[in-house]
Design a protein around this ligand. Structure first.
Ligand code: HEC
Ligand code: HEC
Length: 216
């Protein structure tokens, strides 16, 4: 029986390798429950090593560094595990997650989710940004951002992040990373296929649409 199982697993392996996993996180009821029960008190203590860059209250004042306050815990958890598993790479964050196990990641994710998000102040969005967010562009097969990220950019379970209130320079950086493939931890390539269709000028417009840079 054991041999059969091993043989079966070996037969499956090439498929797994070719499919190039974008994430190892699967949203099973167990994983959802695990993240939901992350310990915010422990997360707050662990977050001492994060606040230098992500801000005392999870509101970043550092260039190209995302705010984490109010973000969906499941999304933050997935990103931390993806960095830890080298499926999302960034020199700073890849080093930061070295000592974090799954429990620490859930604790941190829950802690940051409890902090109030920055109020996204949309500064005169361009008609084109407004159109991409609300209607998308059928000709280029770009679905509206709002169908996934929510009518107010508030994010949707499980892994779709809130964008409202995020720093604009970070939004630009990460959209360009999806576009180039440097960031490839989006399951089913949901963001890569969209970012590839966006012009750089549109990425700038969309970042302005969602951004809000917190006061120092
Ligand atoms: C030295 C600065 C620095 C420190 C310290 C730091 N980070 Fe980061 N963090 C960054 C930068 C820069 C990015 C953007 C990286 C990228 O583009 O992938 C980032 C990205 C992230 C993201 C992805 C957010 C998103 O919206 O996708 C999460 C989650 C995160 N950090 C959590 C943490 C946690 C938790 C800690 C503490 C254990 C921490 N960071 C410590 C600089 C830092
Ligand atoms: C089909 C659903 C879907 C649509 C439509 C969509 N997104 Fe996303 N988006 C996602 C998912 C899922 C993720 C998280 C992927 C991951 O785990 O890295 C994401 C992540 C992002 C991120 C990264 C945020 C962060 O904190 O790092 C940005 C920025 C973003 N989307 C912008 C947009 C914009 C702008 C549009 C419209 C042009 C859009 N998205 C349309 C599903 C979608």
């Amino acid at each position: 029986m054991m041999n059969k199982i091993i043989l079966f697993l070996m037969l499956c392996m090439p498929v797994v390798v070719y499919a190039e996993a974008s994430s190892t996180i699967a949203w099973t009821p167990e994983t959802l429950n695990f993240v939901k029960h992350g310990n915010a008190v422990k997360g707050k203590a662990l977050a001492q090593s994060c606040t230098g860059c992500h801000g005392e209250q999870g509101l970043s004042a550092m260039p190209e560094t995302p705010s984490l306050a109010g973000q969906l815990a499941t999304y933050t958890y997935k990103q931390l595990r993806d960095y830890a598993n080298n499926l999302r790479s960034n020199p700073t964050m890849s080093a930061m997650v070295q000592g974090l196990n799954a429990q620490d990641s859930a604790d941190l994710a829950v802690w940051f989710s409890t902090l109030p998000a920055s109020l996204g102040a949309t500064s005169n969005p361009t008609p084109n940004a407004e159109k991409l967010v609300q209607q998308g562009d059928g000709k280029r097969i770009i679905p509206p951002c709002a169908v996934c990220h929510g009518a107010n950019g508030q994010g949707e379970k499980m892994d779709i992040p809130a964008l409202t209130g995020q720093r604009g320079d970070y939004l630009i950086k990460t959209l360009l990373d999806y576009k180039s493939g440097q960031r490839h931890n989006d399951v089913y390539s949901r963001m890569r296929v969209i970012a590839q269709q966006l012009k750089e000028s549109e990425i700038n417009e969309l970042a302005k649409y969602y951004q809000h840079t917190p006061k120092p």
